[in-house]
Design a protein around this ligand. Structure first.
Ligand code: SF4
Length: 84
């Protein structure tokens, strides 16, 4: 595929804050296994007790969508949801 100005503009338009992948940890389900930080340490953090959280609104930085999805699938408590 030939990359031209139109396709570049479309790609930039598609990746807006509204369409970016977001993840959320349900603190009621998290049991501090730490699998999420193994799969995607750039997005998931652990507090002093080992429970997971995300910075800000959980927006996944460009290029980390696959590792964030791996973290979602690896969580043994199904405590992480992603959207869209
Ligand atoms: S893998 Fe799941 S249960 Fe374990 S710390 Fe991460 S969110 Fe919590």
């Amino acid at each position: 595929m030939e990359l031209n100005r139109t396709t570049t503009s479309c790609a930039l338009w598609w990746r807006t804050e509204e369409t970016a992948v977001k993840v959320r940890v349900d603190p009621a389900k998290c049991q501090a296994h730490g699998e999420c930080t193994t799969h995607c340490p750039e997005v998931f953090r652990l507090d002093d007790w080992g429970y997971a959280y995300t910075d800000g609104d959980g927006q996944v930085p460009d290029g980390l969508e696959e590792s964030a999805q791996s973290a979602v699938e690896a969580c043994p408590e199904a405590a992480i949801t992603s959207e869209p």
